[in-house]
Ligand binder design. Structure first.
Ligand code: NAP
Length: 245
């Protein structure tokens, strides 16, 4: 479904990002696996067919993102026509006790990082006249409904939805689509740290009765990356098992 395409996947060293790398590669795309953690990115790369590459980059740094785009072009001799922004962090605390640093850090990685990659990738797509660009931003269902203890994270993910809708409007005329995926509770290292009693409460709220798997989110990304979604832009897809639908 993606033969001849190149995909840049941030957060590619773990969880959802890793599953996205594996599925897009299986569908024929070249994959630039990007993560802050180079070893984790390399571990993902080791599971992909030959010819792909791993990169270490900090999405919250504009110089790191610019350098990343240069390195990708040098390695693949083309620019990405697909970008999946899955890099993200949590630093949970009740709002009454949230320190400024935890707030800033989460906004910097989740929201500013998504902005920097959207901007750099779309600039590269325009410079190379990529005819069918697709950018997919991983937001979260809590960006829609909020979540106790996640005032920083929920704000960052709501921001990602606003960013996505704005970028989609600005870039549609250039043939670049921008959409967001809102996962619910997905089994990854990010949710592995949640206390058992909290997970039991969450499970009772999920109509499907179970957590999602990273592959469930990757399937939505594949659809949005491919030309099967060619007339879809500026929208969100919830992958939540019905939670808060
Ligand atoms: P994960 O397993 O923790 O993966 C996130 C990856 O992003 C990690 O490899 C992490 O590297 C990397 N990363 C962190 N900061 C970065 C930076 N500044 N630059 C580049 N990479 C960075 O989490 P996940 O569950 O797969 O989450 C992926 C995305 O889905 C995130 O945006 C998350 O907010 C979103 N999401 C997840 C869920 C869920 O239930 N799991 C639900 C809704 C939304 P390090 O390990 O080195 O930090």
């Amino acid at each position: 479904m993606l033969a001849g395409r190149l995909a840049l996947v941030t957060g590619g060293g773990s969880g959802i990002g890793r599953a996205v790398c594996q599925l897009l590669a299986k569908e024929g795309a070249g994959v630039a696996v990007v993560d802050l953690n180079k070893e984790a990115a390399q571990e993902t790369l080791d599971r992909l067919p030959k010819g792909n590459h791993a990169f270490s980059a900090d999405v919250s740094s504009s110089s790191s993102v610019k350098e990343l785009l240069k390195q990708i072009k040098t390695s693949f001799h083309m620019v990405p026509s697909i970008a999946v922004n899955s890099a993200g962090i949590t630093k949970d605390k009740m709002m009454l006790k949230m320190d400024e640093e935890s707030f800033n850090k989460v906004i910097n990685v989740n929201l500013k990082g998504t902005f920097l990659v959207n901007q750099a990738v779309s600039q590269a797509m325009l410079a190379d006249k990529v005819p069918n660009g697709s950018i997919i931003n991983i937001s979260s269902i809590v960006g829609k409904v909020g979540n106790i203890g996640q005032v920083n994270y929920a704000a960052s993910k709501a921001g990602v939805i606003g960013l996505t809708k704005t970028a989609a409007k600005e870039l549609a005329g250039f043939g670049i689509r921008v959409n967001a995926v809102l996962p619910g509770f997905i089994q990854t290292p990010m949710t592995d740290v949640l206390p058992k009693n909290v997970m039991e409460i969450i499970l009772q709220l999920i109509p499907a009765g179970k957590m999602g798997q990273p592959e469930d989110v990757a399937e939505a990304c594949l659809f949005l990356a491919s030309d099967r979604s060619r007339y879809i832009t500026g929208t969100t897809i919830e992958v939540t098992g019905g939670l808060f639908a």
